[in-house]
Design a binder for this molecule. Structure first.
Ligand code: SF4
Ligand code: SF4
Length: 278
């Protein structure tokens, strides 16, 4: 049980770290194989950070701001949003899973696929846990991805997009910058899953130690991800989402369990497990 007696940011961070370290949901099917995810990174953003309005221009007008989400989910509390915040986390994919995926050339390793399916189920448990943690402190909170208002839209600018982007929330919360593949390069690398919760709790925003949205990516001198992609979906100009989706759809037809992901561009690359040195 996490107490909020200390500062709230530290309490939430400790709660997330403990949940990831101790939860049986973060264990692969064979216990000796270890966890899906290593120690998480946690960051906070102001719900009225101008970036969230900027995302409407970048992604599409359908992309919701944290205040829009809170207002839709808690309409009876419309006066409670002064100081509202976003809690964001990064779940770094375990070393053994990353190592297994490095060897692949067409689709994900079995471990990567299990992480995409069962590890993401654990990420949903974490979303529910963080909401419960805030509720116990009498705060209002919701995980946009698990809420009834979450949806996928066709954007003129970016193809199919959801109305809440976990990676964009993490960028706002100081956790990383975008890569050539449109992943997020964090202190723990690009091989990760991420999640978020919006709340009316006032939390101190995490400073962003970057000025440019691609600051951590070495796209001008590296391009290793271009050669890792079996679908030819990555070029120096960026990531072709449609080509990537088509490749994953092919893999899906062959998978017994559903959405397998791919992630070849996130392993065997210099940004796999950290910010690549310039
Ligand atoms: S492999 Fe290189 S170019 Fe590709 S995302 Fe990582 S750092 Fe950027
Ligand atoms: S861009 Fe898509 S298809 Fe290409 S390696 Fe990355 S996940 Fe796989």
């Amino acid at each position: 049980m996490v107490s909020f007696k200390k500062n709230s940011e530290e309490s939430i961070k400790q709660g997330i770290e403990l949940f990831v370290a101790e939860s049986p949901g973060n264990r692969k099917s064979q216990p000796e194989e270890g966890p899906y995810f290593e120690k998480p990174l946690v960051g906070f953003a102001d719900a009225v950070d101008p970036l969230f309005k900027e995302y409407k221009k970048i992604i599409g007008n359908f992309h919701l701001t944290p205040i829009e989400i809170l207002s839709k989910l808690f309409p009876q509390h419309s006066s409670d949003w002064n100081g509202a915040s976003v809690i964001s986390w990064i779940l770094p994919i375990s070393k053994s899973t990353r190592q297994s995926n490095r060897k692949e050339i067409r689709g994900p390793s079995a471990d990567w696929e299990q992480t995409r399916i069962h590890g993401e189920a654990f990420n949903n448990q974490l979303r529910e846990y963080v909401v419960s943690l805030i509720s116990k402190q009498q705060g209002l909170a919701a995980a946009p991805m698990l809420s009834g208002i979450f949806g996928v839209y066709q954007s003129d600018k970016s193809g199919f997009c959801s109305n809440w982007s976990e990676r964009h929330a993490a960028y706002a919360a100081g956790l990383g910058t975008f890569s050539l593949t449109r992943g997020l390069i964090t202190r723990s690398g690009v091989a990760m899953r991420c999640g978020s919760v919006v709340t009316n709790l006032k939390l101190k925003p995490t400073p962003r130690s970057y000025d440019d949205y691609q600051e951590y990516c070495l796209f001008e001198s590296c391009g290793k991800c271009i050669h890792r992609c079996p679908a030819g979906a990555i070029t120096k100009e960026g990531h072709d989402k449609d080509m990537c989706i088509m490749h994953i759809a092919e893999l899906m037809d062959e998978s017994a369990e559903g959405y397998p992901g791919c992630g070849l561009c996130q392993t065997g690359v210099p940004c796999e497990a950290g910010i690549p040195p310039k």
